[in-house]
Design a protein around this ligand. Sequence first.
Ligand SMILES: [Zn+2]
Length: 220
Amino acid sequence: MEKTVIKYRHCGRNIYSFSCSDAPYSHRRDDSERQCPICLQSLTFGLLDAPVALPCPFRNGHTVSCAFLIGSIHGPSHLGEWNDTEIHVGLSNSGGLVYNYTLSGVRRDDRGWEQCVCIQLCPPWRHALRESWDRELEQFSASPKWVSERFDEEREFGSCCYGFALTFINHMRSLDGKVSLSRDEFTGSHVLPRMKTVSLYINIYHAILQHGFCIASHDM
Ligand SMILES: [Zn+2]
């Protein structure tokens, strides 16, 4: 999912398509030489209705520090549905390592999370909290609770990788004097709103791949 999605308005609708700069060089035209797919008129945009690029909801998790990362082994286009069995989650430290709990215990990945959903948990101005994050995450991951033999045992609390990440987030919250969040609270307040945007983006992206454009009923 590497093309840039642009949005513009014509015929009273929001129309989405890929930016022309993503077309093969020989076919490259300017975004201002487009045709409206509804009325087939060539488009001339003014100052306020020029196409805008839709922000891509996927980021390189190795460059976003102290974040909760949501990825899929099948690639970002599989993140559209919130499905526990399809997703894998992890936590990044400030050096770009992604800690995640798997069948073989806690892994520290320095690659593989290049296109994922990143939810930053520790604001940049909380220097002390950010400094303790790396140290705490390393200590937490070394706990015998997260050995590979216990991976299936943890499954009763939902997917194991999610339990690992949320337990750490709650550990950091307690150090910060905050109450713990249940799985449903965290998912409802931090994850689902973001996944809604992601799923809309993926639907639009797939529709453009199929039809060349997309007229969305939901505005993004
Ligand atoms: Zn039109």
